[in-house]
Design a protein around this ligand. Structure first.
Ligand code: ADP
Ligand code: TRP
Length: 320
C-alpha cells in the first residue's frame, strides 16, 4: 500500500507530536510503502523569514531521521526539490471549484487568526492534492484538522477523472483514533502554542526541571496517591506496557512515594526512550552532508516517479 505523509516543519517537537504523529508514522514503514516529505512550499504560506524556513526544514529532516525514518525503506525528500508538483497544482486548479476552497475550515481558521488571506493560503489544499495525486497515493495518515484536505483531494481527482479518464487514484485518509490526546504539564492538550509542552530533545537537567513543573494534586507525602487523572501518570504510562503500568499504579497507591519520585521516574522514561534518537541526532548534526545526500536521493527517486506521472497527465489534458 502506498502511504504518503507530509510534514510541516514548525520547530521543536514535543512528546505529544511523538506519540500522536511520529511514532505511528515511523511504524508504518515496516509494512507499507512509505513516502514522507517536508512540506516547505506549504510552510511558505505562513513564513516570513528565509533563514528560519531553511533552518526549520533541515531541523525537521534531522529530527525525523533520528527518530527512525529509515531511508532504505522510506522515500524521504523536501517538497521544493521536486517542483513537478507545482505543474500538477496548476492543472488541478482547473478542476477545483471556488466553492470547494471557500468551505475549507483550515483556511478560515488561519484567516480568523490574523494570517493575511492571500492566494497561496487559499489554494493550499490544491497543492496538497497535487502532492497526493502525483504519487498515486492510496492512504494519507492525517490529524483530524487535515481530513477535509484529503476529501478535497478526492473531489478534485473525481472531477479530473470524469473528464479525462481514470488517471488518478482516489486516496483515503487514516486517522489515528486510538492515540489519546496527550496532556501537557498543565493537564491541557500538549501543544507548542500553549507553552505546556515537554520537548523531545532537551538536555537532561532542563528535562527534569520541565517534568518538575507538571501540575499534580496537593496530597501530602505519605498518603496514597491516585494515578487516575494524574498528569504525571498519564505521561508515564505512554512509555509503559500493561504490567509496568500496574506496577506504577501500585507504587502510587502504596503511599510510600510522593509526586517528586514519579516526576523523576517520568524523566528517566523519556530520557531512556530517546537515547538512541539522541545519539543519531548528534551524529546527523555533525554530518549534515549525509542528511543532504539522503534528501537528494529521495528527490531523485521522486523525479523519476513524478516525470512519469506528469507525462501521462500532460498527454491526457493536451499539453505538448
Ligand atoms: P501543536 O499543537 O504543538 O502545534 P501540531 O499541530 O504541529 O502540534 O501537531 C502535529 C501532529 O502531532 C498533529 O497532527 C497531531 O497528530 C500530533 N499531536 C500534537 N499534539 C498532540 C497531543 N497533545 N496529543 C496527541 N497528538 C498530538
Ligand atoms: N497540510 C499538511 C499539514 O499541515 C501537510 C501536508 C502537505 C500534507 N501536503 C501533504 C500531508 C500531503 C499529507 C499529504 O499537516
Amino acid at each position: 500500500m502506498r502511504v504518503l505523509t507530509g510534514i510541516q516543519a514548525s520547530g521543536k517537537l514535543h512528546i505529544g507530536n511523538y506519540f500522536g504523529a511520529m511514532k505511528p508514522m515511523i511504524e508504518l514503514q515496516e509494512h507499507e510503502e512509505l513516502f514522507t516529505f517536508i512540506a516547505n512550499y506549504h510552510s511558505l504560506t505562513t513564513s516570513k523569514d528565509a533563514k528560519l524556513l531553511k533552518q526549520l526544514t533541515l531541523d525537521a529532516a534531522v529530527d525525523y531521521l533520528s527518530l527512525g525514518i529509515n531511508p532504505e525503506k522510506t522515500t524521504f525528500w523536501v517538497q521544493s526539490d521536486v517542483p513537478q508538483v507545482l505543474e500538477l497544482y496548476w492543472i488541478l486548479s482547473k478542476f477545483t471549484p471556488m466553492g470547494l476552497l471557500e468551505r475549507a475550515h483550515s483556511y478560515k481558521d488561519k484567516v480568523a487568526k490574523g494570517i493575511p488571506a492571500n492566494h497561496a493560503l487559499f489554494s493550499y489544499p490544491v497543492l496538497m492534492a497535487a502532492d497526493i495525486l502525483l504519487l498515486d497515493t492510496e492512504k494519507v495518515p492525517v490529524g483530524k484538522d487535515q481530513i477535509q484536505h484529503v476529501e478535497i483531494t478526492r473531489d478534485i481527482a473525481i472531477k479530473f477523472n470524469n473528464e479525462y479518464g481514470d488517471i488518478f487514484t482516489l486516496p483515503e485518509y487514516i486517522v489515528e483514533d486510538n492515540v489519546a490526546t496527550i496532556p501537557g504539564i498543565d493537564g491541557q492538550k500538549m501543544s507548542k502554542s500553549y507553552n505546556n509542552a515537554i520537548d523531545l530533545f532537551m538536555d537532561e537537567k532542563p528535562l527534569q526541571k520541565r517534568c518538575n513543573k507538571i501540575i499534580s494534586s496537593s496530597t501530602p507525602l505519605g498518603e496514597a496517591l491516585e494515578p487516575e487523572g494524574c498528569n504525571i501518570y498519564a505521561l508515564a504510562s505512554l512509555f509503559l506496557d500493561d504490567s509496568k503500568k500496574i506496577e506504577l499504579q501500585e507504587r502510587y497507591r502504596s503511599g510510600k512515594e510522593g509526586y517528586g519520585h514519579f516526576k523523576k521516574y517520568l524523566k528517566e522514561l523519556i530520557w531512556e526512550e530517546l537515547a538512541e534518537a539522541r545519539e543519531k541526532r548528534a551524529y546527523y548534526l555533525d554530518n549534515m552532508d549525509i542528511v543532504n545526500d539522503i534528501l537528494s536521493d529521495g528527490a531523485k527517486k521522486m523525479h523519476k516517479i513524478s516525470n512519469a506521472k506528469m507525462g501521462v497527465i500532460r498527454e491526457a489534458v493536451g499539453l505538448i
